[in-house]
Design a protein around this ligand. Sequence first.
Ligand code: AMP
Ligand code: MG
Length: 339
Amino acid sequence: MIYRVDEDTLRKAAELLCAGELVAVPTETVYGLGGDAFNAGALAKIFDVKKRPRFDPLIVHIAETGTLERLGDLSLLEKANREKAALLTGRFWPGPLTLVLPRRPEVPALVSSGLPTVALRFPSHPAAQKLISYSTGAVAAPSANSFGRLSPTRPEHVEADLGGSIAMILDGGPCRIGVESTVLDLTGELPRILRPGGLPREEIEALIGKTAQTPREGEQGARLSPGMLKSHYAPRTTLILHSGKEMAELPFRQNEAYLFFDRTSMESWLAGVFPAQNLRAGEGIFYLSENGDTVEAAGRFFGILHHVDGLGKTRIHAEEAPPEGLGAAINDRLIRAAA
Ligand code: AMP
Ligand code: MG
């Protein structure tokens, strides 16, 4: 059931969390499937409800920077990285940045799939912050979708996928950022982005300097982030990823869907395939951003994919985003959706 966020529903949701139940919680990135991070039973439920393999670790959400020290052990980091952690949390928390740190033994190993580390994030959504602070102060929350499928950016997406198996869905409106957090590992020599996400690499590097390259599946180092699977974020409909040039040359087929990065590229394609007709976006033809803005595109990304996936088309053709800013996060999701 979906409940509008207010003081009563937040208190009720916090009680459920403290009793080991799961609650879907709005955040600024995507909706999370929350469970008490200190309760191994609740953690097991998260994996079961999502059908998520136990080797894919969960992010723990906190509601004040100080809680970091209760869960992560900064003393085990190299000094330079300890300083970077302080800079990063000072500038980007609360917000779409997850830090991977050495895990304290009080945190159940199940959270981290047995890794000696823990991933921590302080979300900026006020409902998430209240829910976390009204409960135990640490809520493990992966995206509230079945494993491998599209992430939810509206409460209705959660209801359609997991509605039958969770105690409560809190409605905090559509997610402002729309893609998952950037996951940054501070336990190595050089900070490494394990997953591009809602905080662009450029902003991180402007603050702390160079980061290591993200390992790809199969490459050495990929095991550092066991959840980074080749196929993920997938619609049910087959998705094919194209460069802008390839996309511009596609023929139109009635039973296929077309997702352009911006309006200009959609319109020049339309002018080419339908010189005499007046076909409009919406009939299986979409763009992510009006003016080629990667922030706007990220915000609309999963919502549009959920919609397109419901149209019953045989294929979705998607145009890659420019690589800068949140374009990196969009392309990461598109590559995995196409895999
Ligand atoms: P999700 O919660 O579904 O957005 O996915 C969280 C992702 O964060 C996982 O799939 C991992 O790739 C990454 N992650 C979480 N915890 C850790 C950790 N301790 N070490 C490395 N990566 C992690
Ligand atoms: Mg997920």
